[in-house]
Design a protein around this ligand. Structure first.
Ligand code: SF4
Length: 387
């Protein structure tokens, strides 16, 4: 691990904690997740995670996390006791209360004890991996929890959870195995849900689903209208929220604000005085349990062009687009100076909010934004303003 890493101190990064265990692997999953290990493994993991958190907070002099996100894997595959060890380490390290603290939960492993723990800490938001509320769709996806467990989880939350609730749904299944999105929405208790993340199913090489199906003839649902008509605003490619309920934590990714990721497989974006870096933790549980941060941390310094393209790529995912002031501050040039040709070609498809100082892709261009990035990339290849 490069020693210059430790020059980057005094940041207030968002915190992401990766819990890599799941009760079983879903057929479409290519994330770093491990079938549930023994209790001993999970306890050893918890201790390693707390050590890693304390190591980075000390070295980077972090004393505040604006937002916290505990994701996975399945965080609720840990016992409430293990989660409490992690939560109290975060509370000790972070000091001030975060603005938002999210925990990912899965219906089949969520318990009343988990909810009591969340209420004892400043957890403000749960994100539940529902994926589908239709039995044949869940079977097609190889989701382990039954439909009954999904209804039971909604019931448990309705009675015992006062914070915000987000759910994940997957669309793009074949017609023979799925309902229309609007039919699924009609079956969900939307009055208790403030946020929906809607992902397209993708067939990742080597997953059981890809091996089983080869390819998928996806249902052609009309999105965002179905969700918007139920009071959710579309604010990012895959995300919809009732007004004021956008994910603050995920927003820090899209805004390229610093974040610290801990746990095997997690990534970070960290800033120094005049440099930036991606740091990742190798997805290797054994190394994580036995090694020191120096052994499992990898660091990469993206070039200015790569970092700029990443700003475009992340920022334009948001319906509100990117901050022009931030581009100028971070790159020392205005957007117009960096990619004048691309902005010219796409002029009719861009919308500027002068008051907020943001530039966005209009409704048509929003869904074909890859073409915009390709044009920007080609322009920077032919004339690099950062050279
Ligand atoms: S619950 Fe999520 S992380 Fe775990 S196997 Fe299923 S898709 Fe992967």
């Amino acid at each position: 691990m490069a020693s210059s890493f430790f020059l980057n101190t005094g940041m207030k990064p968002a915190l992401y904690v990766h819990i890599p265990f799941c009760s079983a692997k879903c057929d479409y999953c290519d994330f770093f997740s491990l079938d549930c290990r023994s209790r001993e493994d999970k306890e050893a993991f918890t201790r390693a995670l707390v050590r890693q958190l304390s190591f980075f907070c000390d070295r980077l002099k972090i004393d505040e996390f604006p937002t916290v996100y505990i994701g996975g894997g399945t965080p609720t595959s840990l016992t409430p006791e293990s989660l409490e060890m992690i939560f109290s380490a975060i509370a000790r390290a972070g000091g001030k209360l975060p603005l938002e603290w999210t925990v990912e939960v899965n219906p089949e492993s969520l318990s009343r004890d988990h909810l009591d723990l969340f209420s004892a800490y400043p957890v403000t938001r749960l994100s539940m991996g529902v994926q589908s509320i239709h039995g044949p769709s869940r079977k097609f996806l190889g989701r382990r929890g039954s439909l009954k467990s999904v209804y039971a989880a909604f019931d448990l939350l309705g009675k015992n959870w006062k914070g915000k609730l987000s759910i994940d749904l997957i669309r793009g299944l074949p017609e023979s195995a799925s309902l229309l999105l609007e039919e699924e929405l009609a079956m969900l208790p939307l009055s208790g849900i403030e946020h929906i993340s809607l992902y397209d199913l993708s067939l990742e090489e080597g997953t059981p689903l890809a091996l089983r199906t080869g390819k998928i003839g996806a249902r052609n649902d009309s999105l965002p209208r179905d969700i918007e008509s139920r009071g959710f605003l579309h604010y990012e490619v895959s995300n919809y929220a009732k007004p004021g309920n956008e994910s603050l934590h995920n927003r820090s990714y899209w805004e390229m604000e610093p974040y610290l990721g801990i746990g095997p497989g997690a990534v970070s974006l960290l800033y120094g005085n005049d440099s930036w870096m991606h740091q990742s933790v190798r997805p290797d549980l054994n190394l994580y349990l036995r090694g020191k941060p120096e052994d499992y941390t990898e660091i990469e310094y993206p070039s200015a062009v790569e970092f700029f393209i990443e700003h475009l790529f992340m920022g334009f995912r948001q319906v509100r687009g990117i901050s022009l002031e931030k581009i100028e501050r971070r790159f020392g040039h205005s957007l117009r100076d960096i990619i004048p040709r691309t902005l010219g070609v796409w002029a009719d498809s861009l919308s500027i909010d002068t008051e907020a100082g943001r530039l966005a892709l209009g409704p048509e261009a929003f869904w074909i934004q890859d073409r915009f990035f390709l044009d920007a990339w080609k322009e920077l290849e032919s004339l690099n303003p950062f050279a």
